[in-house]
Design a protein around this ligand. Sequence first.
Ligand code: C2E
Ligand code: CA
Ligand code: CA
Ligand code: CA
Length: 278
Amino acid sequence: AKVAGRNMASWFEPDMEQRVAARAVLEADLRHALEQEQFELYYQPQCDMQGRMTGVEALLRWNHPQRGLVPPVEFIPVAEETGLIVALGRWVLKSACTVLAQWSAAPETACLRIAVNVSAQQFQRPDFVEQVLAVLAAAGAPPQRLVLELTESLLLKDVDGTVAKMARLSDAGVGCALDDFGTGYSSLSYLHRLPLVELKIDRSFIWDADNARIGGAIVHTIAGLGKALNLDVVAEGVETEHQRGFVEAAGCHRYQGYLYGKPMPLPQLAAWISHAPL
Ligand code: C2E
Ligand code: CA
Ligand code: CA
Ligand code: CA
């Protein structure tokens, strides 16, 4: 056992060291990136079941000078652990509200919404609601066009506090969506208490919908729940016409996925909108 233990140690240690070092580099790079404005928002269009564009989800990208485009799965967790997500989240909100303000000035874009992802840490700050309203006001963006995507993990800590914050946002016109619905902790018992406008069905269930009966049953169940609670149900990750037909039949109101459009930089989105049926 001793020998095995030593072998294990010598096998694990360099790997651990490397990972710790890589993480430290990533953390330093992240701080630098915020100052150097290396972040960019991509926008993925959403549409109703008739294919009319209803808005976009803003998705964060990191244009790393050496590594190229870094996807959020690689840096959001580190940004969350280090607390950098708060500053990063504020930047995301500001950028999205600037676009909303521009859109509100033109009749063909005035009805489009922008959904922004909010991490639990950001939302849990006592001044979160004030911050959102201040950013909207400073940008001159209509609150009715902003949707905040929250995850179920928020509900674990402080349901009453969460409900109160969402209610204040809702009073100001800002809608909240429950993101990745079905993947988190069972929040079914609180769901009716939350002033939500939208449920987003996680992509993993849509992927399964083609083949597995389970995925299909889950999509049906969530859509039914949304209907009962009078919420918009959005299917994410719709890649095929078959899946689109499936989520429509299940009762989803809107969808987002590669079938309709991939996340794209703002200039490309502007060109895209000029061709999209609104
Ligand atoms: P999410 O909020 O669930 O975003 C949807 C993800 O699904 C995006 O990945 C999007 O590119 C991807 N997606 C959409 N349609 C399809 C499809 O048809 N097929 C496939 N294969 N993928 C599709 P992305 O952009 O890599 O973002 C990953 C996650 O990172 C997001 O998941 C969200 O949790 C997080 N994230 C992104 N931007 C932000 C941000 O500004 N703030 C925070 N806190 N989190 C963010
Ligand atoms: Ca999202
Ligand atoms: Ca999602
Ligand atoms: Ca997801």
